[in-house]
Unconditional design. Structure first.
Length: 403
C-alpha cells in the first residue's frame, strides 16, 4: 500500500539537478524519482513528501544538510510568506542561468532527440524590476496577491521585486471584490499609462493609484526600438520593452540577412500586436500576421498601418498556408504542436525561427519539425524572467539541405 500524501521521508536525498518547473530532482530509497520544491543541484536535503504515485513523488525541503554554495537568502520577503510567483530566488543569478541552460539542453536532447545542440546565451537578468504586466488574484481580505505554488491559496503582496515600481504600487493599491478572481494590470514604460482589466466586467475593482484605461479593449502605448505600439489590455505583450528589444534582436539575427530570403511574404505566426512584423523584416517586404486574439489583431492593424501587411484573425492551425520567404512563430506555452507544425512546413519556408517560453514544448516541437523536414540549427537562451524557472528560447530551424 502506498504511503499517504502527507507522509514524511526521513532519509537524506541527494539532488542531482533542477528540472523544468523549477524543482530539484533526486531519488528515494526505493528508487523512485522525487521532485523536491526548493532544492538546488548537488544539495543533500531532508524532505517532506506531499504527493505519492507509483512512479514518482513530490516533496518540499524540511532541512538542508549540505547546501549548494550558490544558495542565497531570497531578496523578496514574500517568498517566506509562501508567494509562488518566483521559485528560484534562493539561487544566485549565476546559478539560475546554469539551471536554465541545463533545462533547455535536456529538453532538446531528451524530447527533441537533438545531439549536442548548439546553444548560446544572452543574459539580461539585471532587468529585475522591469516587467510591465502582472496578473494578480484576490486575497481573503480583498487585496491583491499571488498564488502559492501549486495552490489556489493567495498570498497578499505589498511589493513585487520583479515588476516596475509603478506597477507594484498600482497592484498594492487594488481592492478586488468577491466574484473577481484575477486582475491584469499593465503600465507602459514609454508613456507611464496605467491600465487594468478583469472579468466579469460589471464588478468594480478599486484602485488607490491612477488608472488611465480599464477593460480588455482599453489600450496603452509602448515603445520598442523607438517604434510605438498600441497594446490592448487583453493583448499579449513581452514582459518589458527591454526584453522585447533583446528578443527582437535575437529573432532578427536567427533569420539571417533578408537579402538572402527568396520571394514571398514574411509570415508572423501568433503575431500578437505586430512586434516582430514591425521591427524584423525590411519595410517593403509583405507581411502576413496570423493571430487568434481579435484584440491583438486590432492592435496589429494599427501598429502595421504604415507597411504592406495582412492581418489574419485566425488560429494558426486553421490558416491556409502559402509559400513564405521566412517564418517566425511565437506560440503560447503549449508550443506549435502537430497541426501548427504541419501548417508551418506547408509554407516551405527555408528558415523558421521559433520563440519558445517553455523548454518542454520546445523539445517536442523540435522533434516534430525534424520529422516535418526541418533541421535544428541553433538556439539562443534569453532570461526575461529572473528569479523564476521560466526562460525564453529563440531557435533557428532550416529546411533539409539549406544549412
Amino acid at each position: 500500500m502506498s504511503p499517504s500524501p502527507d507522509s514524511t521521508h526521513d532519509a537524506p536525498v541527494r539532488v542531482d539537478k533542477v528540472v523544468a518547473e523549477g524543482d530539484g530532482l533526486g531519488r528515494l530509497s526505493d528508487g523512485r524519482v522525487v521532485f523536491v520544491e526548493g532544492a538546488l543541484p548537488g544539495e543533500l536535503v531532508r524532505i517532506r513528501v506531499v504527493k505519492q504515485s507509483r512512479d514518482y513523488a513530490r516533496a518540499v525541503v524540511s532541512e538542508i544538510l549540505e547546501p549548494n554554495p550558490q544558495r542565497v537568502d531570497p531578496p523578496c520577503v514574500h517568498v517566506g510568506d509562501g508567494c509562488g510567483g518566483c521559485d528560484l530566488q534562493h539561487a544566485s543569478l549565476e546559478l539560475q542561468k546554469e539551471i536554465k541552460v541545463g533545462i533547455v539542453r535536456e529538453s532538446l536532447e531528451r524530447l527533441g532527440r537533438i545531439v549536442a545542440p548548439d546553444l548560446r546565451t544572452n543574459w539580461f537578468s539585471s532587468l529585475v524590476g522591469a516587467r510591465t504586466t502582472m496578473r494578480v488574484a484576490r486575497s481573503v481580505d480583498g487585496r491583491a496577491g499571488l498564488r502559492r505554488r501549486r495552490s489556489h491559496d493567495v498570498v497578499r503582496i505589498d511589493r513585487c521585486l520583479v515588476v516596475r515600481p509603478e506597477l507594484s504600487e498600482l497592484v498594492a493599491g487594488l481592492t478586488i471584490p468577491l466574484g473577481v478572481d484575477e486582475v491584469t494590470a499593465r503600465v507602459a514604460a514609454a508613456t507611464s499609462e496605467r491600465g487594468m482589466w478583469w472579468e466579469p466586467s460589471d464588478r468594480s475593482v478599486e484602485s488607490a493609484e491612477r488608472v488611465d484605461v480599464s477593460g480588455a479593449t482599453g489600450f496603452v502605448h509602448e515603445k520598442v526600438l523607438g517604434r510605438q505600439f498600441q497594446v490592448s489590455m487583453g493583448s499579449f505583450f513581452q514582459s518589458s520593452p527591454e526584453a522585447a528589444e533583446v528578443i527582437v534582436g535575437a529573432v532578427t539575427a536567427a533569420l539571417g540577412s533578408a537579402d538572402a530570403w527568396p520571394s514571398g511574404p514574411f509570415v508572423d505566426m501568433y503575431g500578437g500586436v505586430g512586434l516582430f512584423s514591425a521591427l524584423v523584416p525590411p519595410v517593403d517586404r509583405e507581411v502576413v500576421l496570423i493571430e487568434g486574439n481579435p484584440l491583438a489583431c486590432a492592435d496589429a492593424r494599427v501598429n502595421l498601418a504604415d507597411r504592406p501587411a495582412r492581418v489574419v484573425d485566425s488560429r494558426v492551425e486553421d490558416w491556409t498556408p502559402e509559400r513564405a520567404a521566412a517564418v517566425v512563430a511565437d506560440p503560447a506555452r503549449d508550443g506549435l504542436r502537430a497541426k501548427a507544425v504541419g501548417v508551418t512546413a506547408a509554407t516551405e519556408t527555408p528558415v523558421l525561427v521559433l520563440v519558445s517560453c517553455d523548454p518542454a514544448s520546445l523539445g517536442r516541437d523540435a522533434r516534430l519539425l525534424t520529422e516535418a523536414g526541418y533541421e535544428f540549427d541553433s538556439a539562443e537562451i534569453l532570461d526575461p524572467f529572473p528569479h523564476t524557472h521560466h526562460v525564453e528560447v529563440v531557435s533557428r530551424f532550416v529546411r533539409h539541405g539549406r544549412l
